[in-house]
Design a protein. Sequence first.
Length: 211
Amino acid sequence: MNSQCVIIGIAGASASGKSLIAKTIFEELCRDLGTDQIGVIAEDAYYKDQGHLSMDQRVLTNYDHPKALDHQLLCEHLSALKNGEAVEIPQYSYTEHTRMAETVTMTPKKVIILEGILLLTDPNLREQMDASVFMDTPLDICFMRRLTRDVAERGRTMESVMQQYTQTVRPMFLQFIDPSKQYADIIVPRGGKNRIATDILKARIQHLLAK
Ligand code: UZR
Ligand code: MG
């Protein structure tokens, strides 16, 4: 069975508003389609399992490099969902820097919104998407948001966020994320609260569903 499944990919810098725009589209489409017809998958859930490494080793991982992510598993999950099969989505702990034991079941959906920094760097993932988006939020705004968020929600100190930012986040953005903008169908300026961009994406999803 090849059930209808529209996949929208949203990429962009860390703290550029990917999760926010994904959540807004999710909540607003749920009202029209019903809550079990649309799902959000975060690329972050597919960081590789590091259970075999010590905490000292885990903090040395470059989490902003494509090889830190299990894109193959994500690709397999998207194919399975398109084939009408449920999948077990891994759960990632930012404080433990590894996968948690439990998974969350996702049943097939009419619409899947994928969001993550490195999604558009992978040709196999791009192939799975019906439309792709790049959040083109200025980097200084992303950095301010990241600093506040990671201290409040991801168990970091201000010093560790700043160090990680200069060592990996910024250089990997310039090397991998920013060049992947060329693959986006839509480039969204300013951030996740861009109302017109949100409406355009919703309209495109509705259009794809009506085909
Ligand atoms: P978003 N990240 C961590 O800091 N630790 C981890 O164990 C796993 C990921 C960060 C990652 C990236 N990088 O910038 C960010 N670093 O999570 C992506 N350094 O998440 O797109 O939600 O900001
Ligand atoms: Mg996010």
